[in-house]
Design a protein around this ligand. Sequence first.
Ligand code: AMP
Length: 114
Amino acid sequence: MSDCIFCKIVNHEIPSEVVYEDQDLIAFKDIAPLAPVHLLVIPKKHIKDLNEVAVEDEGLMGRLLSVVKKLAAEHGVAESGYRVITNIGSDGGQVVPHLHFHLLGGQKLGTKLG
Ligand code: AMP
């Protein structure tokens, strides 16, 4: 999508600190980190949010979670623990309408959810 900021990152049209990339997925550092480790892992394909994930995307979603796990290990938080979040829609607090999974860690995270 031409006006989607994460599609622009996928297409390397705007700078980002990419930490992983393959044919279908890309991961980069969040521009406003909420924890010492704050990465975003996204499908390159423009999917708005989890509600828009189709049956044919199941393999893609599995691979995405494998990348999250690999990045957690590479960034040193696999053993200490980390959190994976995807926000959906207005009440979910989603700001960027391109499916993304936050990987947060490197400190004791709070328990506040809402
Ligand atoms: P959400 O509220 O789940 O939609 O989160 C969107 C996230 O994208 C926020 O944590 C932002 O800090 C992050 N973000 C927005 N623009 C960029 C960008 N250009 N590069 C990296 N992260 C970004």
